[in-house]
Write a protein that binds this ligand. Structure first.
Ligand code: NDP
Length: 321
């Protein structure tokens, strides 16, 4: 098996020498185990925030486990590795390998680490459950052109909201407004956020889905309407900074009586399939569009990871082994 291992803890933006690619001999599988081979690998922001433990879409190539037959596909947090021997149980704080549902031959396998996997369910549950959007309300999404954000904005449109997406390039803005149906786009790298928010949301903001934290979030708080809801999904703007202090204008949270809640998507593990099925239905109905930025080759995982952290991805960043 090919495996990426840690050489050094990340300091700032991850550097090539922080990880090392090694070859590892795998033991023969025992009763109750299966061997899986990577087909798609996912690079996600949380790997910078916590540790490089990656979910993979793998094919089971050998099995002595009744629940994981040869030929089926599993998604699991196995690490950055080409092959894995697993008992099918959860290890560390990860979730158990998930046998992907058979939704038909026209569903690309990579979707199960994207729109029909963790990012899709993050958008579905994290937005709908915490923001409780109502028809006619104004919703802001930061990190809007990424895996989670691009779906949140489209789900908000499905719910009849006015949607403002914030992301880091004009090209991303064209995609969000021109193809995904967002109502407004703000480029956080070039715009005066306060001015742009006043223009795009003259009646204030009711729901904010926060992927980035930091300055963008601070600017948004003062534009929230009373009793607005904020779903705190992530804070990628500070992941590469060693100083993790995130200042928030608590003043507005109090004065406007806002509801702000953080979440980890595994909160809805018992409803996982519901999220996948609903997102799949919206894809079939043409209401949810997805885009992937695919890097080919297991050995190019590091490049794919850093490209994603630097915003080179449109939609979900995946690696094809
Ligand atoms: P994305 O596909 O959105 O990729 C990351 C994006 O972040 C980049 O494309 C880049 O786009 C943007 N970005 C990078 N640096 C900055 C910065 N300094 N300020 C603002 N934006 C920046 O990743 P995901 O959709 O997978 O994840 C989005 C967020 O959701 C992350 O914060 C992640 O940690 C969080 N998350 C949380 C989960 C939970 O359970 N709570 C589960 C899954 C994800 P740009 O060009 O716009 O800068």
């Amino acid at each position: 098996a090919k495996v990426f291992i840690f050489q050094k803890q990340f300091d700032g933006l991850p550097k090539e020498g922080d990880l090392q690619l090694i070859e590892e001999d795998l033991p023969a599988i025992k009763e109750g185990e299966f061997l899986a081979e990577a087909v798609y690998l996912s690079v996600d922001p949380y790997m910078r925030a916590y540790a490089p433990r990656l979910p993979l879409g793998k094919t089971i190539v050998e099995s002595k486990h009744p629940k994981y037959p040869v030929g089926r596909h599993v998604v699991g947090q196995f690490g950055w590795r080409s092959h894995t021997v697993s008992k099918g149980e959860r290890h560390d704080s990860s979730t158990a390998p998930f046998l992907i549902p058979e939704l038909g031959p026209d569903v690309p396998l990579s979707y199960f680490i994207g729109v029909l996997g963790m990012p899709g369910n993050t958008a579905y549950f994290g937005f709908l459950e915490l923001c409780q959007p109502k028809k006619g309300e104004t919703v802001v999404v930061s990190g809007a052109a990424g895996a989670v954000g691009s779906l949140v904005g489209q789900i908000a449109k499905i719910k009849g909201c006015t949607v403002i997406g914030i992301a880091g390039s004009e090209e991303k803005g064209k995609w969000l407004v021109g193809e995904l149906g967002f109502d407004h786009f703000i480029n956080y790298k070039t715009a005066d956020l306060n001015k742009a928010l006043s223009q795009a949301a003259p009646n204030g903001i009711d729901c904010y889905f926060d992927n980035v934290g930091g300055e963008t979030t601070n600017a948004i708080l003062s534009h929230m309407n009373d009793f607005g809801r904020i779903s705190l999904c992530g804070s990628i703007s500070v992941y590469n900074k060693n100083d993790r202090k995130v200042s928030l204008e608590l003043f507005y949270l109090v004065g406007k009586q806002l509801k702000m809640e953080g979440f980890i998507v595994t909160r809805w593990l018992d409803r996982w399939l519901e999220g996948i099925q609903q997102n799949h239905k919206w894809i079939q109905e043409g209401k949810l569009k997805t885009r992937e930025t695919v890097t080919v080759g297991f050995e190019n995982m590091f490049k794919a990871f850093v490209d994603m952290l630097q915003g080179k991805n449109f939609g979900k960043a995946v690696v094809k082994a």
